[in-house]
Each structure stands twice: as structure tokens, then as C-alpha cells.
Design a protein around this ligand. Structure first.
Ligand SMILES: [Zn+2]
Ligand SMILES: [Zn+2]
Length: 360
């Protein structure tokens, strides 16, 4: 089958690889759609960052480059191994792409997104979803509720990241939030805040293009274009100088971290959601004086069913709107990866499909 494999920096190839065979206790999924993630772009341009190289194979999979990429995906069960009860052939599913050890204290406590051996399909081995088929663990396969498309289920992945971060923040409906960065995870965070009925959500983005338009579409109460406006002035203006209760930092650059510490109110919370390419400096005296709660939020744990249900019952309305382009697997490098690198501001989520016609 065809699979888009990462061989190293700036080296993605559409390779012919063996189609994976189902084994007892596992499930074979025909991939419908897979979203291109910002982390895939980071790996492509600056990697290998988290993808395992031959001198450091991933501890869970034992695999190293070249590896098939792609982790934000949904499709259809085409074969189940002996003993699988959870799903049946023909069911449409989202696959939660995490690889965990099940043995460490985090896995045993249920917070498996903190697993000390944490990995992900499409990053650490275990197959990837820029391909035709994948064989996965049924515990991480979630049947789609009626009315949820495989397109919606593919974009459920970045929404789950936001949903988890919103849960971590413990924000309440009468509180205020600022989301810095309106890429897929920023939009997923906004969607999750609105599904939790948070009254006031400001979204900051350093352009006025498609990403800001998307934030407006999903209900942002205030848009701040940091290329022309002062974020701190705008937040001070709308909060009587107090700052917001919770800032979600989804951009991962020094300036946005500084904004986050400036825009949060005394006693407020800053949630860090994105992967950094470098180690930033942090004004610890501001954290001290304002008594800021600083939280990390990685991926998700037990959130997929809740997000899929919220899509089904309309609390998350039409998340397919996040998709700004759909491309074939054959064109994924040029019209997906390169397009995002050339025109990042024009896109939120680009989806890849290996098939010429896919049921939606
Ligand atoms: Zn992702
Ligand atoms: Zn673990």
C-alpha cells in the first residue's frame, strides 16, 4: 500500500509498504481522512524532533526512521482480530492515536497522556495514517455516534487537545479566557470553551486572515490581531485593567508567553498547550507577584468519547468548518505540507485521504 513516510528533515516520501495484517486482539482500519498537524510540519522542517532515530528507537514500539506519519484520523473498520468485542466490521471510527505503556504510575492512575513512555501513532511508530490502512488497539478505537462524519472525527483530534486543556484549567462559565494562537488547537480550544458555555473568549492571532475568520466563525467574543494591535492594551481595555481568568498559550514563541503572563489576572491560570522548538525564558517574578497558576496540558486522556458525543448532539456544531482544504495522499506533500508552509495563514486544517472517493 502507499504510505507517506518520514525519512528525515525535508525528506518525506510516498513509499510502497506492506499492507498491515490484523492480529489477535487488534483491529484493521481503512483510513478515510487524516489531518496534517503542526507537529508534522515541525518534524518535516526542523526534525527529527520527537520522531525516533536509529540510535534512539522508541521505547514502546522499538521502531525508528523511516516511519509513516499521520495521527489525526478516522475511518472504517475492515477486519477485527480474534477476541475483539468492542467494534465490528463496517463501523466508522475515530482512532485515538496514543501509544502508552499501561504500567507506569500515570497509566495506572488513568492519566495515560502523561505516560513516562508516551508515544503516538504516526510519530513513534505503530503505523501512521498517511496511508491506506492501519492496525490498532481496539481500546483506542471509538465508534462514531450517528451523524458524526469521518471528516468531523478527524478534526476531533485537535478539539480533544483543547477539551483536555479546558478541563485542566477548571474555568467556569462566568469566567474569561484568552486563546493565543488560532491554529487547529487554538480553534479546538475555543470550540471547547464555547461548548463549556464560557461567557467571554478572546482569540489572538498575528494576522487577520483565515485563522481569525475561523475564530470569528466559532464564536470568539473578541479578535485581537497582534500584527496591528497591542494584545495587552486590548485585554486591559475589555477587563477593566484586571486581565483574564485563564490564558491558553497555543503559539509557543517567546512573545506569546510574555503576552500570556501579562494578560492573565492576578491569581489566574496560564495553560501551555503547544510543543516548543526552543527553551523560552520566563519572568518568574511576574508568576510570583501575580500568583499565576502555570499548567501544562498534553494531548488528552479519556476525552474522545465526550468530544464525539458533543459533535453528535450539536454542542460542537459542524466542526467540518475547520477544514480549509482536502488533498489526496499522492498530493499530500506538495498540496498539503508545502501549501501549509507557504500559506499558513490561509489554512486551519488540511485533510489527506488515500482514496479517490471517500464516504463522508
Ligand atoms: Zn496533531
Ligand atoms: Zn505509562
Amino acid at each position: 500500500m502507499r504510505a507517506l513516510r518520514y525519512h528525515g528533515r525535508s525528506d518525506l516520501r510516498l513509499d510502497d509498504v506492506p499492507e498491515p495484517a490484523v492480529t489477535p486482539g487488534r483491529v484493521k482500519v481503512k483510513i478515510h481522512w487524516c489531518g496534517i498537524c503542526g507537529s508534522d510540519l515541525h518534524e518535516y522542517v526542523k526534525g527529527p524532533i520527537t520522531m525516533p532515530t536509529s540510535d534512539h528507537p522508541h521505547p514502546l514500539t522499538g521502531e525508528s526512521l523511516p516511519l509513516t506519519m499521520g495521527h489525526e484520523f478516522a475511518g472504517e473498520v475492515v477486519e477485527v482480530g480474534a477476541g475483539v468485542q468492542k467494534v465490528a466490521v463496517g463501523e466508522r471510527v475515530a482512532v485515538e492515536p496514543l501509544l502508552i505503556c499501561r504500567k507506569c504510575h500515570c497509566c495506572r492512575s488513568g492519566a495515560y497522556n502523561r505516560c513516562v513512555n508516551f508515544g503516538a501513532i504516526g510519530v513513534s511508530g505503530g503505523g501512521g495514517a498517511y496511508a491506506e490502512y492501519i492496525v490498532v488497539d481496539p481500546d483506542f478505537v471509538h465508534p462514531l455516534p450517528v451523524g458524526v462524519s469521518t471528516v468531523a472525527a478527524a478534526v476531533a483530534e485537535p478539539i480533544c487537545v483543547g477539551w483536555h486543556a479546558v478541563g485542566r484549567s477548571k474555568i467556569g462559565p462566568t469566567q474569561s479566557a484568552l486563546v493565543i494562537g488560532a491554529g487547529p488547537v487554538g480553534i479546538g480550544t475555543l470550540i471547547s470553551l464555547k461548548a463549556a458555555h464560557v461567557e467571554f473568549v478572546a482569540v489572538a492571532e498575528n494576522s487577520s486572515g483565515a485563522r481569525s475568520a475561523m475564530a470569528a466563525e466559532f464564536g470568539a467574543d473578541l479578535l485581537i490581531d497582534t500584527s496591528t494591535q497591542s494584545l495587552t492594551d486590548e485585554i486591559a481595555r475589555v477587563t477593566d485593567g484586571q486581565g483574564v481568568d485563564v490564558v491558553f498559550e497555543v503559539a509557543g514563541v517567546q512573545a506569546t508567553l510574555d503576552y500570556a503572563l501579562a494578560a492573565v489576572k492576578h491569581g489566574g491560570t496560564v495553560v501551555s498547550i503547544c510543543v516548543w522548538e526552543y527553551v523560552p525564558s520566563m519572568d518568574m517574578n511576574t508568576i510570583l507577584a501575580k500568583e499565576i497558576n502555570l499548567l501544562g496540558s498534553q494531548a488528552y486522556a479519556n476525552e474522545y468519547p465526550a468530544v464525539l458525543q458533543a459533535i453528535a448532539d450539536g454542542r460542537i456544531a459542524n466542526p467540518e468548518r475547520m477544514v480549509t482544504k482536502r488533498v489526496s495522499l499522492d498530493d499530500a506533500l506538495d498540496q498539503g505540507f508545502q501549501e501549509l508552509l507557504r500559506h499558513r495563514g490561509d489554512h486551519v486544517k488540511i485533510l489527506v485521504t488515500p482514496w479517490s472517493s471517500v464516504p463522508r
